[in-house]
Design a protein around this ligand. Structure first.
Ligand code: CUA
Length: 315
């Protein structure tokens, strides 16, 4: 499963803990880990019992060996014992597996489409329409149930994030549903677990579990079009400021071509970050009274953030 590519991407993705089904971070994965250990323990006890009988058969003296009648050994050890133990383990597995996939009404729904050789990720709104899209990375709020709708665009892939849930195939023409919930924040690695052609081993994904407030602010940012800050700048700022390589060519105020790389803004007044940029745009007359830039107090919070993001990224 781990080719050289996978080893490489393991190093690239910043992760918490190892990618292992025995390192669970959610209730579904915890259940799978528990069942693995119980079945392993059951198998280990039977193995030790069989080995003890074998040792007894080899090493016991003849007259003592005769005390165990063949009937007891064959009927008891060969029929009754395996039937009872295997039946007990079967009942346990069926009962515990029934606890998987509880139906949750308020689940966050995310469609994940396996493609050669990446993951298309669409967050769905309450009506099942597309809220926003991303790729190769799934962010989820801690504690909230998430329903993943798994599809494929080409061949069979397999969605596997072992610290959160079991493996589930992505099959062309059908939708498989996987419910997961992250119990605590972290970054987890996932991997396509079904050979899907050439660089299958390099088809990894990251799941980032965040506190609900951090998740909501990330989601709000994802909904904003990337070009919004750019468009706002062109409409409101370009007559005074230049950004070389764009139509903005105003010469009244500072050239802002690589403003994101400068140490301060407002001539040594504020540190250079998105918050300070937004504050400067809205309240510069309060921060530096009398300066020649008007205060832009009519921008909404969202617009200010978009504009500040745009400027901060001019590096
Ligand atoms: Cu996709 Cu293997």
């Amino acid at each position: 499963m781990y080719g050289p590519h996978a080893v490489q991407s393991r190093a690239v993705l910043p992760l918490d803990g190892i990618q292992s089904a025995l390192n669970p971070h959610g209730p579904d994965a915890a259940l799978i880990a528990e069942m693995s250990w119980v079945l392993f323990a059951g198998g280990a006890v039977i193995f030790l019992g069989v080995m003890a009988l074998a040792a007894y058969a080899v090493f016991a003296r003849r007259d003592r060996a005769a005390r165990l009648s063949p009937r007891v050994l064959i009927v008891g050890g060969g029929v009754v014992f395996p039937m009872v133990t295997l039946f007990a383990l079967l009942v346990y597995s069926l009962a515990r597996a029934g606890a998987l996939h509880p139906v949750e009404a308020d689940a966050l729904r995310i469609e994940v489409v396996g493609e050669q050789w990446w993951w298309r990720v669409r967050y769905l709104d309450a009506d099942g329409g597309s809220d926003f899209a991303t790729a190769n990375e799934i962010r989820v709020p801690v504690g909230r149930p998430v329903e993943l709708l798994l599809r494929s665009a080409d061949v069979i892939h397999s969605f596997w994030v072992p610290v959160l849930a079991g493996k589930l195939d992505m099959i062309p023409g059908r939708t498989n549903r996987l419910r997961v919930r992250a119990d605590r924040p972290g970054r987890f690695r996932g991997q396509c677990a079904e050979y899907c052609g050439g660089p299958h081993a390099a088809m990894a994904l990251a799941v980032v579990a965040e506190e609900p407030a951090a998740y909501e602010s990330w989601a709000a940012g994802q909904r904003r079009p990337a070009q919004r800050g750019n468009a706002l700048f062109a409409a409101h700022c370009a007559s005074c400021h230049a950004v070389r390589g764009t139509p903005a060519a105003g010469a009244l105020g500072p050239d802002l071509t690589h403003v994101g790389s400068r140490l301060t803004i407002g001539a040594g007044l504020l540190p250079n970050n998105a918050g300070a940029l937004a504050g400067w745009i809205a309240s510069n007359q309060h921060l530096k009274p009398g300066n020649l830039m008007p205060a832009f107090q009519d921008f909404s919070g969202d617009e200010l953030r978009a504009l500040a993001d745009y400027l901060e990224n001019l590096k």
